[in-house]
Design a protein around this ligand. Structure first.
Ligand SMILES: [Zn+2]
Length: 395
């Protein structure tokens, strides 16, 4: 994972949206004398790939944040009407147009931080109509920019009306939501929140196996706040990714290291929640697992749009070296959304998704934390940021 090639005085030749050649300027120029030349100053990275977001949501949860600052825990906040179920109530009351407008504006913030592909989950509907509605909103934005990969997360939480009959909710996800999602072709992956108090490994397995039967790829929220064997389950099901992993077990590390499942770590979430747990990035990498970093962009536990910030946290909090952190938001992020062969690298045949940073040394990406150094973004060779001087409100 520390294998990163840096070209001084480099050039990228783009044709029909794909990288045709990359190398020293003069060598590349020789291959295409008639090409339009765009001179840039800085370091050009592969466009960043954010493999885990919950970017479809209505209101920001500012009250929850203040309550937490005053010392209230998750249960007390939920008892006052906050928490994830407040996002569910809010989303059920929104029109599709409102939700689309909010989501689109937020995705542009991710783009402005260099993200060219972003995975977006449903999961604040928790009833069939609202889940399908959220996926329709995501679907209307897939062309981007940024490009969007849609994931169905109906099993994000057990909604209030099913609390005394949770098996009925699992059945609703399997028997009603998944077939509808598959029939409409509006999700590429299915994800489940596998966590003590949310969905058990047994329930998660049933939902994910049903999803696979419908042709969906698999993802898993695993071992975030407490370990429950989620990483082992993700590896056993050959999921494309196992995400969070702050409380992964030794067995879980071994399972991921021996699998093709990418470990997607979300250090911004632990930081924002003020928790001391850290995903064991060092052990995962040293034992051979592929590690990606993502924002977990969501209104409750990580309202952060910046993948470069996550790369900084990967280095400072998870003890990754800078090259590992860069690969974690590019090539490995792409692998975690099933695009290892098409995005996340500046290499012939890859889509020409590029992020220009106003820096001299590539390691500055993980160094100037809190500053947005992105000076330009291209997707499939087309310039798509900066888009102008309009103020883009997040709420
Ligand atoms: Zn999540």
């Amino acid at each position: 994972m520390a294998d990163l090639e840096v070209i001084d005085g480099g050039a990228v030749l783009v044709r029909d949206g794909l990288v045709e050649a990359v190398g020293r300027y003069r060598e590349v120029k020789d291959q295409a004398d008639d090409a339009e030349v765009i001179e840039i100053d800085g370091v050009l990275f592969p466009g960043f790939v954010d493999a885990h977001t919950h970017a479809v949501f209505g209101m920001a949860r500012l009250d929850d944040y203040e309550r937490r600052a005053r010392g209230m825990d998750y249960k007390a906040i939920a008892a006052e009407g906050g928490g994830i179920l407040s996002s569910v109530r809010d989303q059920r009351s929104r029109s599709a147009d409102e939700l689309r407008d909010l989501t689109s504006r937020r995705l542009h913030h991710l783009l402005a931080h260099g993200t060219t592909t972003v995975e977006v989950k449903s999961g604040y509907g928790l009833d069939t109509a609202t889940e399908l509605g959220a996926l329709a909103v995501i679907g209307s934005l897939t062309a981007g920019p940024p490009a969007v990969v849609p994931t169905f997360l109906g099993a994000h939480e057990v909604p209030l009306e099913y609390r005394s009959r949770r098996e009925d909710y699992v059945r609703l996800v399997i028997d009603e939501m998944l077939p509808a999602v598959a029939e409409q072709g509006i999700a590429r992956f299915c994800d489940v929140f596998c966590e003590p108090g949310v969905f058990t490994p047994g329930e998660s397995r049933r939902i994910l196996e049903a999803a696979r039967g419908h042709g969906l790829g698999l993802k898993l929220h695993a071992d975030e706040l407490d370990g429950s064997g989620g990483a082992e389950l993700a590896a056993a099901l050959d999921a494309v990714s196992a995400d969070h992993l702050a409380r992964i077990s030794e067995e879980g590390i071994t399972a991921l290291a021996g699998s093709g499942t990418v470990a997607v770590l979300l250090p911004g979430t632990m930081l924002f929640l003020g928790r001391a747990d850290r995903a064991p990035a060092r052990a995962l990498i040293d034992r051979g697992a592929a590690v990606a970093l993502a924002t977990d962009f969501n209104p409750g536990s990580s309202p952060a749009a910046s993948l470069p910030l996550m790369a900084t946290l990967g280095v400072s909090q998870l003890r990754m070296v800078p090259a590992e952190a860069v690969l974690a938001i590019t090539a490995n992020g792409a692998a975690a959304v099933g695009e290892a062969g098409t995005r996340g690298q500046i290499a012939p045949g890859f889509r020409a998704d590029l992020a220009l940073l106003a820096v001299r040394d590539w390691r500055e990406l993980v160094y100037w934390y809190g500053s947005n150094l992105v000076a330009g973004v291209w997707i499939a060779g087309a310039a798509c940021h900066p888009a102008g001087a309009t103020i883009n409100f997040l709420v």
